[in-house]
Design a protein around this ligand. Structure first.
Ligand code: ZN
Length: 152
């Protein structure tokens, strides 16, 4: 369920938000997590309207594991999608889990700081906040942008 303030703040319709929640929830079933049994689903609302899914993929060598968010973004990027309107994640706990620090930085590479990050819990309730609030004073691509030679 989305409130009018959320839809206004982030420029999303109520149906876009509920669709994102349904997709992120469904994506949990794609998780490969035999060790933690902690399923995470991710759904990205791309600028072109497409929704790209991801799920966590664990590995017997634990640090090799990749989170749902990075799976989804990697998939979207190689499909040629590099602009996103919203990120949705879903877990089986309540209150909802938020993206880990590594994923926050990964998201930062491809999303504006005001991009909403929706976090759904096991009961379909969500918390939403802009990326900037999850990753304050962040380091991003613009810090490495080369100076314009014409401005010298
Ligand atoms: Zn992560």
């Amino acid at each position: 369920m989305s409130d009018p303030t959320t839809t206004r703040t982030y420029g999303l319709t109520a149906s876009e938000i509920s669709n994102l929640g349904e997709k992120a929830t469904a994506a949990k079933s794609l998780a490969y997590c035999p060790y933690s049994d902690f399923r995470v689903g991710c759904a990205l609302l791309c600028e072109d309207g497409e929704v790209v899914l991801g799920a966590n993929i664990e590995n017997a060598s634990y640090p090799v594991t990749i989170c749902a968010e990075r799976t989804a973004f990697s998939k979207a990027i190689v499909e040629g999608r590099k602009r996103f309107r919203a990120v949705g994640v879903c877990t089986d706990i309540s209150p909802p889990a938020s993206p880990c620090g590594m994923c926050r930085q990964f998201i930062r590479e491809f999303c504006d700081l005001n991009t909403p990050i929706f976090m759904w819990d096991k009961d379909g309730q969500y918390v939403v906040m802009p990326l900037e609030k999850l990753l304050p004073m962040s380091f991003g691509p613009e810090q490495l942008r080369k100076p314009d030679p014409a401005s010298k």
